[in-house]
Design a protein around this ligand. Structure first.
Ligand SMILES: Cc1ncc(COP(=O)(O)O)c(C=O)c1O
Length: 381
């Protein structure tokens, strides 16, 4: 059976392939430590798991749920945005619960892109922006992020290059994989850029509570622009990656348009997951304090590992990773291979995030301190 032309633009996801290789190595008895992937290994808050289990007893737990989420979830999401970002959203029509933010990238793209439209995608950046644009036969235009520019886009240079037919620009701050934070001033400039050039700028914001004490949103406190939207997620903030709960915030007009696509693709989210998510979003910030204490201890050890490898990591990175430059004269890709095949340690080569990542390696904080100690021991041996 011949597959559709749109598949020609995408390949199997790097981790889908690489984790098969890691599993095969483990089957051969190799004790591979995974510092490659950003899947939180810690448990979600116990109250959240309890709320999810109680949700199973709800009289309508097993029925189809509303396409735009139960009202309690939308209220909890807007409450969360108000408490942590000081953004006031209308729970009726300015927030849309999603099954993870990844699906939101597809929904937004299906809502706004026509074949041949251009999409600005960060390099380095999350590979899904590129693959989803390719699946919709849109044209990806990579914009360069560089360490010398603090991994922020040069908006003036982008304007000079020409923005004809550009419909969407993906940004992601705190940025994965570099851990760069945005500033309120930069978000203001981005919003002005979006409005001036009539481009939909979407900030993908799943890391704002990890190794970061000042979460920022691209949205304006009170004014809803049709040119700015934001994705957010419970995956990393509450260790709920497997639950698949995220959200999209924006103007009521844009949310309504995205719902037109989404309501044709799924039939609501399982009730107990929504009940658990409500609980998570209502937790006090004590949760983030404890979570970040733990990641800080892990990070210290990962930074030691980075130093032992003669790699260099910029200070103050946010998010679930440490992004480090490979030693001069050594290719990051060969370093990653040596670590996997000689030291049974899986880390991620920066090239999978784009050309600009080719000299870098990404280390995940999603492993216990004991595992990181063991990795360090193997490297020193
Ligand atoms: C930048 C970025 N965006 C989105 C996602 C997807 O997160 P979710 O679990 O909410 O779909 C990830 C996951 O790793 C990510 O790194």
């Amino acid at each position: 059976m011949k597959t559709a032309e749109r598949l020609e633009s995408v390949q199997e996801y790097y981790f889908s392939k690489k984790l098969r290789e890691v599993a095969a190595l483990r089957e051969q008895g190799k004790p591979v430590i995974n510092l490659g992937i950003g899947s939180p290994d810690l448990a979600p808050p116990q109250q959240v798991v309890d709320a999810m289990q109680n949700g199973l007893k709800h009289s309508k737990a097993h029925q189809y749920q509303p396409y735009k989420g139960i009202p309690e979830l939308r209220n909890a999401m807007t409450g969360f945005y108000s408490r942590y970002y000081d953004i006031n959203l209308n729970a009726e029509n300015e927030i849309l619960p999603l099954m993870g933010s990844k699906e939101g990238i597809m929904h937004i793209s299906m809502t706004f892109l026509n074949k041949g439209d251009k999409v600005l995608v960060p390099d380095p950046g999350y590979p899904t922006y590129t693959s989803v644009s390719g699946l919709l036969q849109a044209e990806v235009q990579k914009y360069t992020l560089d360490e010398s520019q603090k991994w922020l886009p040069d908006l003036e240079a982008l304007e000079q290059l020409g923005l004809e037919n550009v419909k969407i620009m993906w940004v992601n701050y705190p940025h994965m994989p570099t851990g760069t934070k945005a500033t309120a001033d930069f978000f203001k400039k981005l919003t002005a850029f979006a409005e001036k050039n009539e481009i939909l700028v979407v900030n993908d914001n799943p890391y704002s509570f990890i190794q970061n004490t000042q979460p920022l949103s691209i949205l304006d406190t009170d004014i809803r622009s049709d040119y700015v939207m934001e994705l957010n997620s419970l995956s990393k903030s509450f260790n709920m990656a497997g639950w698949r709960v995220g959200m999209l915030a924006g103007s009521s007009k844009n949310i309504e348009a995205v719902l037109k696509v989404k309501s044709n693709m799924d039939s609501g989210m399982f009730y107990p997951l929504q009940a658990g998510a409500v609980k998570a979003l209502q937790l006090s910030d004590e949760w983030f304090l404890k979570l970040n204490e733990l990641y800080s201890s892990r990070k210290k050890k990962v930074l030691e590992l980075v130093k032992t490898l003669n790699c260099e990591a910029a200070p103050g990175q946010s998010g679930l990773f440490v992004w480090a430059k490979a030693p001069a004269g050594k290719s990051a890709e060969s370093l990653v291979d040596e670590l996997l095949y000689d030291k049974d340690l899986f880390v991620t080569p920066g090239f999978i995030f784009g050309e600009q990542g080719r000299d870098y390696v990404r280390f995940s904080l999603c492993a216990t301190e004991e595992m990181i100690d063991e990795a360090l021991k193997r490297i020193r041996s």
